[in-house]
Write a protein that binds this ligand. Sequence first.
Ligand SMILES: Nc1ncnc2c1ncn2[C@@H]1O[C@H](COP(=O)(O)OP(=O)(O)OP(=O)(O)O)[C@@H](O)[C@H]1O
Ligand SMILES: [Mg+2]
Length: 490
Amino acid sequence: MSAAAAGADVNPGVNLGGWRPHAGPQSWVLGARGCFEVLFGGARGGGKTDAGMAWLVRGPHFGRQNYRALVLRRNYEDLTDWMDRARRMYAGAGGRVLGSGPARVEFANGAVFRLGHLKDKDAYTKYQGHEYQRMLIEEAGQIPDEARYELLLGSCRSTIEGVPAEVLLTANPGGVGHRWIKERFGCGQGDARRPKVAYAGPDGRLRMYVPALVTDNPTLMARNPEYVRWLESLPEPFKSAWRYGDWDIYTGQAFEWSEANIIDPCPVPDGARVIQTFDWGFGRPFSVGWWWVAPDDVLVRVGEWYGCAPGQPDTGLRLADHEIAAGILQREADMGLKPTLRLADPTIFNRRPDSKGGGLGDSTATVFQRLGLAMRPGDPARKLKFRQFGARIKSKSLLVFRTCRDFIRVVPDLPLDEGTYDDVDTDAEDHIYDEACHACMEVPLPDAALRGAAMPAFDPGAAAGAAAGGRSPVARVRAGSLAEILRGGR
Ligand SMILES: Nc1ncnc2c1ncn2[C@@H]1O[C@H](COP(=O)(O)OP(=O)(O)OP(=O)(O)O)[C@@H](O)[C@H]1O
Ligand SMILES: [Mg+2]
């Protein structure tokens, strides 16, 4: 860890065995001041892990008696690798890496780095109430949602005067947390926020994204030129993700979503078959969808209500059942929709403890029924619904009104379960998916369609034209295919 150094010493008082940051991204990250969160990386091999180790000891705070840092990695094996590297990096600085009770690095000046990993069963709650002035989270893409990340951030704070709280994250595109990281740090090409420019988040604290490529790491380029050749030889989308750190290419999407799945709203014909679907949630979001079963059994999502706390992905509104029921009825009145069928996850039929803590109280379904919403259990078979939903997305026999923003935000980036490849990753924000699947299972595609047979073609662009031209498709519903209706033809 000594060759090809270009930057200044990380900390003049600390012996890192001659390690210095390379010019470019490593130096920018180590030189950043006043930024609460820095996301470092994108591509593989840019020098993220080394820079993270150096980042923990940079600046005068390192000498402060109470300085505490938390280091989190993806899993136990990654943590072990980090500890091996830390032994080498911190040996000259007097750092002792201790493997148990809990794993940590202790320095003679009193500084302590606590070590953990994200696969730990209580990884997100065990640090609550602690104070870490610096937090290093490697492979942050393993954190499934932003709410869990925010839980961790709660422990990144400082009561030491003059020592700011700071977080450094590293991540590659892909992984279960791809979407929230991309949104939070503006990593996609389409984002107006520029890399290396700090901007204030909604909490007023500064964030910054610093991308790094393997070509920014002259040590690796010189000592292991085959590595970049290996990155270059990877099939897509791994090449774009790992060689170029491209956040617009994603390695693990569960569905073949495209812009053609989105259509501009048009009137739902009077008397059309409309299904309302529901996935219950309290601490996590609930989800309600309204589906027009259009000709050729095309499912069109015409409305939705996602019970998610504003600005807090995957966090529920905590509404009581009667409030949800009232909200559903109100929205139906506003949209002029009269569902012919209501489907919900079967768990809402389970009776619950009553308010006194004994006996069995009403189920959500009973409360809904009393208020005029008669639900039927949907079919929750995970593998079957994954096939049905996936085939519908691919064949464009599931269309979504542009106004269904939460569906469009969540579904395209839903990750595949890397263990089985026949389900979505259930750690991801999958409530809208589960809710939507009730409609897909109620109106299943025939086997031929599941095997990839061509489905009727649509012209979503013409749908907008028909609606804007005021030509309601109402009269043509029975006679024509959806393609013709949307085109306003016949
Ligand atoms: N400034 C530096 N001086 C010397 N060696 C360095 C420097 N930065 C990184 N290296 C070395 O380059 C190699 C790759 O760096 P590192 O592991 O930090 O990259 P990374 O971005 O974390 O990779 P990955 O994406 O695979 O996690 C390592 O052997 C590391 O020790
Ligand atoms: Mg690394």
